[in-house]
Design a protein. Structure first.
Length: 213
């Protein structure tokens, strides 16, 4: 029994020592747009200027009257929002439209350390936040896909894009580098289910969900 108590104490001490905090002052919600292709989804662009990554980041949007309009079920769609990265978080929404006058609150939560940043939207971001292409600059179609599918992106010149497909366990299952604005991907090797597609161009990163039938 003493050994069990000692082990438990050591376990708690280890986890306490490893705990990390996120500095909300170094983060910013850069923008919010609505994607009505298929099911309504809200694209929330967030910059992480902290030195720590955010684990299983959950983004929830509440409007000015206190109603949750984005990610009602509090689900995460990404494994980590890395430091220095600008990520477009795509979440389900009850909104049918969104205007430039939208006001509300964005909650950004680290699911491992149970830490939440609260942003009153819209907000003015600090100087030095890297610019990112429009949240509509990356699209995946058809989605859901029962066969081959296309990743389409808008980028300047002949910049190389790194495209990686992850399964729900976080394992990279396909990866590509392309200078083209469109990439046709063969479905072979992808079982039916949910996947995450990350597109990196320079220091800009976007993430899209893909459902394979």
């Amino acid at each position: 029994m003493k050994k069990l108590l000692l082990a438990f104490t050591l376990f708690l001490g280890f986890n306490s020592a490893q705990a990390q905090t996120i500095n909300c002052m170094d983060m910013c919600v850069l923008g919010m747009t609505l994607d009505t292709v298929g099911a309504n989804e809200l694209n929330v662009t967030i910059y992480n200027g902290d030195t720590n990554h955010v684990n299983y980041p959950t983004v929830v949007v509440v409007n000015s009257t206190g109603d949750t309009v984005g990610n009602i079920n509090n689900i995460y769609y990404l494994f980590a929002h890395m430091p220095g990265d600008t990520v477009v978080h795509t979440i389900p929404t009850t909104l049918d439209s969104i205007s430039g006058a939208f006001t509300g609150t964005v909650y950004f939560t680290d699911q491992i350390w149970d830490t939440t940043c609260v942003f009153v939207y819209p907000l003015t971001c600090t100087v030095g936040v890297p610019e990112i292409a429009s949240s509509n600059s990356v699209s995946v179609y058809p989605n859901p896909a029962s066969g081959d599918f296309t990743v389409s992106l808008t980028k300047a010149g002949n910049a190389t894009a790194s495209i990686t497909i992850y399964d729900v366990s976080g394992k990279a299952v396909k990866s590509y580098n392309t200078a083209s604005n469109q990439l046709l991907i063969n479905r072979d090797g992808l079982q039916s289910g949910l996947y995450f597609i990350t597109v990196v161009v320079g220091d800009h990163l976007s993430t899209r969900k893909l459902i394979v039938k």
